[in-house]
Design a protein around this ligand. Structure first.
Ligand SMILES: NC(=O)c1ccc[n+]([C@@H]2O[C@H](COP(=O)([O-])OP(=O)(O)OC[C@H]3O[C@@H](n4cnc5c(N)ncnc54)[C@H](OP(=O)(O)O)[C@@H]3O)[C@@H](O)[C@H]2O)c1
Length: 272
């Protein structure tokens, strides 16, 4: 379905770059079919256009020629930008509009878009840049299975995709969208333990990163409960259970779970 579709990525910040970069890297769309827009060109902060990708300063021009318009804007900006596109007639051809903004529901966008415009809400994460993303999709009222399929195909080129009811999107934001930062913190902390024992930082980080990758793959591939996989590693009276008990003393589970809960609660407020 994606084949010859033209994609406009509106907003060339962290996620606009991540998504556009991921799509180009995955060869999901030819660069000439991808248009990105930004409010300000700031090459010095890494906001350079991707090779071959058309970069426009004008959102309306980008949207006019697109089959899929992906709004990669901050929650506080996205509705106004969508309304501006609608006012300029840039969505009169009723492209699929995908918004990755946290906190902004499909209804808020539908309210400012031309009647009948299909909207899909997506919550990706930064590993989309390397094809290992996790994206959750939720369909708006006017999005059909075909629109959802198109959005699925788009994000599947940069990682895994799940479809959920829109009521879960704030939770997803606090879990899989904020999650890479949580895991980076855990990786750094575990590596600290290795450094404390004398490993060079780079070696410790590599060990932890590859271990994290392997552990995550085991969860996905085996479908086993993580507790069962943990038990497999935990020899009675061994070193692993000794380490786990120290972590449990530090309330590691509730700290991580409450971190996600709080991130989700804050995510829900981001549009205000
Ligand atoms: N960061 C994540 O990990 C992540 C993950 C999932 C979803 N999200 C969601 O993705 C959205 C974007 O987040 P982000 O981290 O990419 O933010 P960001 O880095 O601030 O990017 C937003 C970009 O949009 C540009 N922009 C603002 N208004 C514009 C307009 N009217 N037309 C064109 N470009 C405009 C901004 O340009 P200026 O800098 O010139 O204002 C900025 O470059 C947010 O809604 C967030 O909730 C983020």
């Amino acid at each position: 379905m994606l084949g010859k579709k033209r994609i406009a990525v509106i907003g060339f910040g962290t996620m606009g770059r991540t998504l556009a970069g991921g799509l180009v890297r995955a060869k999901a769309v030819s660069p000439s079919r991808l248009v990105v827009t930004g409010r300000s060109r700031r090459p010095s902060d890494g906001g350079r256009p991707l090779p071959g990708v058309v970069y426009l300063a004008d959102n309306a021009n980008a949207a006019r020629g697109a089959d899929v318009v992906v709004l990669c804007l901050k929650p506080r900006d996205v509705v106004a930008a969508a309304a501006d596109l609608a006012a300029k007639g840039a969505l009169d051809h009723r492209p699929l509009v995908v918004s990755i903004a946290a906190a902004v529901g499909t209804a808020a966008l539908e309210a400012v878009l031309p009647a009948g415009t299909p909207v899909v809400r997506a919550m990706p994460n930064t590993p989309c840049l390397i094809g290992k993303g996790m994206t959750v999709l939720a369909a708006g009222r006017r999005a059909t299975a075909r629109h959802l399929g198109l959005a699925r195909e788009l994000f599947a080129t940069v990682g895994r995709v799940l479809e959920l009811d829109e009521k879960h999107m704030d939770t997803v934001t606090g879990l899989s969208a904020s999650g890479p930062a949580f895991i980076f913190l855990v990786i750094e902390a575990l590596a600290d333990g290795g450094v404390m024992r004398g490993l060079p930082r780079q070696v410790a980080t590599e060990l932890v990163a590859q271990m994290t990758l392997g552990a995550a793959e085991m969860v996905l591939r085996t479908g086993k409960h993580p507790a069962a996989l943990k038990d497999d590693v935990t020899t009675p009276a061994g070193c692993t259970i000794a380490g786990i008990l120290v972590m449990e003393d530090g309330r590691i589970r509730s700290v991580l779970a409450r971190g996600v809960e709080t991130a989700a609660r804050v995510a829900a407020e981001l549009a205000r």
